[in-house]
Ligand binder design. Structure first.
Ligand SMILES: Nc1ncnc2c1ncn2[C@@H]1O[C@H](COP(=O)(O)OP(=O)(O)OP(=O)(O)O)[C@@H](O)[C@H]1O
Ligand SMILES: [Mg+2]
Length: 405
C-alpha cells in the first residue's frame, strides 16, 4: 500500500477519503483530508463528499454547478481518480513504468433494486478509470477483497461471514476460507453468498441529525393556520443528508421557506434555518453530527455546538446527544442491515450456528450497537475486527497481483 496523503499531524496515510473541494479564491481543486480541512476552515468553495453514492442513482448523468461552471458527476469522480492515480504513479518512481492496470473495489450493489442502474454505475466507473489512463480495468466485490485479506491469517478451513459496513453501503459475503486455497485463481466453489444493502454511516448521520438537531431549526413545529399541520419535514431530511444539502441553497427553495414564515409557530427556529442556509453552513452542521456519532463510540454523551455555526450570538443551546438517542435513531436502519444479513445466510442455506468466524471491516462497524448485534446473532462464532479502513484495499491489492502480476 502506498502513502497517498499526509494527515493533519503530518503522518502519511494509505487511504484518501473520497472528498473534493473546489476553492473559489484560488480556483484550485483539492482532494481527501486536505479538501475537508480547507472546507471546515471556512474557505469559500464547494465541498463534494460521498461521491460513490452518486453512482447507481438515476441522477448519475446530472450536472452540478460549481462557481460559474457545470460539471457532470463523471467529470468530478474523474478528477478524483486522476489525482489518486498521479499520487500512486509518483510513488512508484521514475524507474518503474506508469500504473496501467487497476482492480476497483465495488459494493455488492450500487443500486439495490435496479440491475440496469447497477451495471451503468460499474460502466461509468470503468470509463472514468480508462480516461484517467488505466488500460486494464476490472472489478472485485469489496467484501470478497476483505475476505482475501483476512484469509492470510486463517489456519484451517472455516466458514466465514465478512461484514463491511461503510459510509454508503453494508455488504456481506459468506465464504469458505482455507490456507491451502489462499491466492488461488478460481475460488467460485468457495463463494456461498454475496449480498448487500444501500445503508451505511451517512444514513445513520441523517437519522441522528433529524432526531436530535433538526428540531432546533423548526422540524416538527406546528403551522398556526391549519390545525394538525406541521412544518414539511422534507427540508430537514435534505439538510441532514450530505448529497442533498446543496438543493436547499436554491433560490426557489429559500423563497418557499420565507413564505412559510407568517405561518410557523416558532419564527426564531425558522430564522435559524434561513440563516444556516444563507451562511452555507449545512455541510458543517452535518459533519458536526457525524463527529458526535463517532464520539459516541467511546463516550456516553456527545455535544453538537450549534452556536458555533452562527456569526453572531444566538440564544441556542449546544445539543447533547446520548447513547440511547443514537440507538433509537439507528434502530430502523440497523434492523434492515441485519435482516439483509439474514437473507445472505438464507441464500446459502446456512444457519447462524454454522458460521465459524465473523470478520468485520468498514468505519461503521466501530459502532458499539453494531458490535452488540453481531455478538447477539453469532454467540458461538469467533469475532475478528479487521482494520476499519485498509482491509478492502489490502485484498484488492492481492487480487491485482493475481490478475496482473
Ligand atoms: N468510530 C466510529 N463510529 C461510528 N461510525 C464511524 C466511526 N468511524 C468511522 N465511522 C463512519 O464510517 C463511515 C466511513 O466508513 P468507510 O471509510 O468504511 O466507508 P466507505 O468505504 O467510504 O463507504 P462504502 O463502503 O459504504 O462505500 C462514515 O460514515 C463514518 O462516519
Ligand atoms: Mg467501503
Amino acid at each position: 500500500m502506498v502513502p497517498l496523503e499526509q494527515d493533519t499531524s503530518g503522518q502519511w496515510q494509505t487511504t484518501l477519503p473520497s472528498a473534493l473541494f473546489f476553492g473559489f479564491e484560488d480556483d484550485q481543486i483539492d482532494f481527501g483530508r486536505q479538501a475537508i480541512s480547507r472546507y471546515t476552515a471556512g474557505e469559500p468553495g464547494r465541498l463534494l463528499r460521498s461521491m460513490k453514492s452518486l453512482l447507481g442513482g438515476s441522477f448519475m448523468g446530472d450536472k452540478t454547478q460549481v462557481k460559474n461552471r457545470q460539471y457532470t458527476f463523471d467529470e468530478i469522480i474523474g478528477f478524483f481518480v486522476q489525482s489518486l492515480k498521479s499520487q500512486a504513479d509518483k510513488f512508484t518512481g521514475s524507474e518503474s513504468s506508469e500504473l496501467v492496470s487497476v482492480v476497483m473495489g465495488r459494493p455488492v450493489y450500487f443500486n439495490d433494486t435496479d440491475k440496469k442502474l447497477d451495471k451503468a454505475a460499474e460502466d461509468h466507473l470503468a470509463q472514468i478509470a480508462r480516461l484517467a489512463g488505466f488500460k486494464e480495468v476490472s472489478f472485485q466485490y469489496e467484501p470478497i477483497a476483505a475476505a482475501m485479506d483476512y484469509e492470510r491469517q486463517v489456519k484451517r478451513e472455516e466458514l466465514a461471514l465478512i461484514i463491511d459496513i461503510g459510509g454508503g453501503t453494508s455488504d456481506f459475503t459468506l465464504i469458505k476460507l482455507s490456507p491451502e486455497r489462499h491466492g488461488q485463481n478460481n475460488r467460485e466453489e468457495d463463494f456461498l453468498a454475496n449480498h448487500g444493502v444501500h445503508l451505511g454511516g451517512t444514513d445513520f448521520d441523517t437519522q441522528l441529525s433529524v432526531n436530535t438537531v433538526m428540531p432546533a431549526f423548526g422540524m416538527g413545529m406546528p403551522l398556526t393556520d391549519k390545525e394538525g399541520l406541521s412544518m414539511p419535514s422534507a427540508y430537514y431530511f435534505d439538510l441532514a443528508t450530505w448529497h442533498k444539502i446543496h438543493l436547499l441553497y436554491d433560490r426557489r427553495v429559500l423563497r418557499e421557506l420565507k413564505n412559510l414564515r407568517p405561518l410557523v409557530s416558532n419564527k426564531l427556529r425558522l430564522d435559524r434555518l434561513l440563516e444556516i442556509l444563507a451562511l452555507r453552513k449545512g455541510h458543517q452542521l452535518a459533519s458536526m453530527v457525524e463527529q458526535a456519532k463517532i464520539a459516541l463510540s467511546l463516550q456516553p454523551e456527545a455535544h453538537v455546538d450549534l452556536a458555533a455555526l452562527f456569526n453572531e450570538y444566538q440564544e441556542i443551546d449546544s445539543c447533547a446527544i446520548t447513547q440511547t438517542q443514537l440507538q433509537n435513531s439507528l434502530q430502523r436502519d440497523v434492523s434492515k442491515i441485519f435482516s439483509t444479513l439474514d437473507e445472505t445466510l438464507n441464500q446459502a442455506g446456512v444457519t447462524h450456528k454454522q458460521i465459524d468466524t465473523v470478520f468485520t471491516t468498514g468505519g461503521s462497524t466501530a459502532l458499539p450497537m453494531i458490535q452488540a448485534c453481531i455478538d447477539t446473532a453469532f454467540p458461538d462464532a469467533q469475532h475478528i475486527a479487521g482494520d476499519l479502513y485498509n482491509s478492502v484495499g489490502s485484498g484488492l491489492l492481492m487480487e491485482a497481483q493475481l490478475r496482473y502480476g
